[in-house]
Design a protein around this ligand. Sequence first.
Ligand code: MN
Length: 259
Amino acid sequence: MIVRAGAATDVGRQRKHNEDSVLAEGSVFVVADGMGGHAAGEVASGIATTTLAELAGLERRRAEDVVEALQRANHRILESVASHPEQSGMGTTVAGLTVVTAGGSDHWAVFNVGDSRVYRCIDDRLNLVTVDHSEVRELIDGGFITEEEAARHPLRNVVTRSLGSETAPTPDVWVFPPHPGERFVICSDGLSNELAADDIRRLATGSDDPQQAAEALVAAAVQAGGRDNVSVIVVALDADEQEQDLDADTSPRTSAGAG
Ligand code: MN
């Protein structure tokens, strides 16, 4: 099985800075949506992706390694604020996908803190894997507002968990087996607030090339209004009888025993 990925990001039409950060390294895929004044948001999201990139250097990962990396990122954001008071209040969401070992075999681990999302697309159906950590999600789950009301709600941008919090936030992590032919969309809310789920599904699968799919998704969100920064990673798991490893590493391989 072979993993292919493409990533795209855009400042959008209304913001001056792009405070999102994107990581696609080895088999670690992360979107982080930073917040905080004086361009501190991009510092926070950058610390998150730089810290999570350390997961790509591990020979084998477990879900616990992902949780630890998220805690490390939270701590580093607080350290940065402590030495740069102008960064006070900065934070970031994070949503991502990586390969972990579970029960002796390769599994996906999907994780999030905040309202950035991971969708899974299989057999032309799109499912939202993550649950937003947001005030409107709480209000929907409590039965106070509907999904339609949430889309227009004044508190729709308020997240209930973020990295950069004094009390380290608990991430959600889902671990499940890979399925050949599936695709994932990892995105900031600048995508999910602009596009309907059916448009996300159509564009995510509209091109065989994940890079083209990611660029098409970002372009559509900007076209639809671009009211926020937009970031997308599309990850495709292809079926291939020759390859049994779930491995996105593009570096040249040396075959065992050669030389
Ligand atoms: Mn955003």
